[in-house]
Design a binder for this molecule. Structure first.
Ligand code: TYM
Length: 331
């Protein structure tokens, strides 16, 4: 790693089919960092097993997530693309950071509370310590910036606290990372219940637009999106459904809310829903075409994973060795 080179890190779990929430909140923004930062984008399979996975599905989605990274514009020559379990330093630092994270801190994580309520039969220790592994992912690379959706903000704050605590005890060891959240797109809501985040684990497929949904499906789902009983395309209090659709339209087109309100003045919700579906399908079609090509070349994806893991491991072990020395481990 060059001295003074800024580092960007982010990860996506291969735990379900990726949605436009993952796309607009995270992946779409990843490539904007490639020219100014040294970028590491990881498929975080170790995080995914905090919830039971069907092994064959997890394996398939790991390839798919990597292919989607590339289909969304991440060039493996300019970004380090890899799979978390291929770099054991993540799990190793994760353990160490568990010893620098308080039970009370982990108990306060809203995602833990949500997921343990949803998976009451499997509130495992990994689900609880998930944020320390996430902190390890980030801190291993001396990361400056982490592009994520707003749902990860609390985990990022904890990663900052852990880094600060370790640095205070063992002198400067970790860079304290900053979150980057896209102004438009950091919180895409469900189409069926717009007070809830759009999530890849939602059981209702109509609540979610998957990146790989075909054009007709996308348009049909937007047509059915839950909105209030009004008809004016305007942002407003208590209009969660329409606010979400305006946000999605804005994120895909780059138009401001005012421009959108003007464009649809007097045209009603039906027209607007169709337009949102069309801009979304237009943006995703080239991603889907590229994705299919990449996925057909499994050996090519494996080569990317392998090269990525080697590059990531070199950077990761530099930090891990420093940490071990500071702790008093014999290295
Ligand atoms: P995950 O896999 O749930 O989501 C991947 C990324 O997509 C963002 N996102 C959203 N953004 C806007 N609106 C939504 N509805 C929406 N849903 C998801 C997430 O914020 C995330 O940026 N814990 C992470 C994975 C992770 C990670 C990391 C991220 C593990 N280690 C280190 C950054 C750095 C997660 O579960 O993301």
């Amino acid at each position: 790693m060059l001295q003074n080179e800024k580092v960007c890190f982010s990860g996506v779990q291969p735990s379900g089919n990726l949605t436009i929430g993952n796309y607009l909140g995270a992946i779409k923004n990843f490539s904007t960092f490639s020219s100014e930062y040294r970028c590491f984008y990881c498929v975080v399979d170790e995080h995914a097993i905090t919830v039971r996975q069907v092994p064959a599905d997890l394996r398939r989605r790991t390839y798919e997530t990597l292919a989607l990274y590339m289909a969304c514009g991440l060039d493996p020559e300019k970004n380090t693309l890899y799979v978390q379990s291929h770099v054991p330093a993540h799990a190793e630092l994760g353990w160490i950071l568990n010893c620098f994270t308080m039970f009370g801190e982990l108990s306060r994580m809203t995602q833990f509370k949500d997921k343990s309520a949803r998976h009451a039969d499997n509130v495992n220790a990994g689900l609880f310590t998930y944020p320390t592994l996430m902190a390890a992912d980030i801190l291993l690379y001396q990361t400056d910036i982490v592009p994520v959706g707003i749902d990860q903000k609390q985990h990022l704050e904890l990663a900052r606290d852990i880094a600060g605590r370790f640095n205070a005890i063992h002198a400067n060891t970790f860079t304290v990372p900053e979150p980057y959240m896209a102004k438009t797109g950091m919180k895409i809501m469900s189409l069926a219940d717009p007070t809830k985040k759009m999530s890849k684990s939602d059981e209702n497929a109509n609540a979610v637009i998957y990146i790989l949904d075909d054009r007709d499906t996308i348009i049909r789902k937007f047509k059915r999106a839950v909105t209030d009983s009004g008809s004016e395309v305007r942002m407003g209090e208590g209009k969660d459904g329409i606010n979400n659709l305006i946000t999605i339209y804005s994120a895909f087109t780059g138009k401001t809310v005012e421009e959108i309100e003007r464009e649809f003045d007097g045209r009603g919700y039906g027209d607007f829903k169709l337009a949102v579906g069309e801009v979304c399908a237009d943006a995703l079609t080239p991603v889907q075409t590229r994705f299919a090509e990449l996925l057909a070349d499994k050996a090519g994806l494996e080569q990317v994973m392998k090269t990525g893991a080697e590059t990531a491991a070199r950077a990761a072990y530099r930090t891990l060795n420093k940490v071990k020395k500071k702790l008093g481990f014999v290295v």
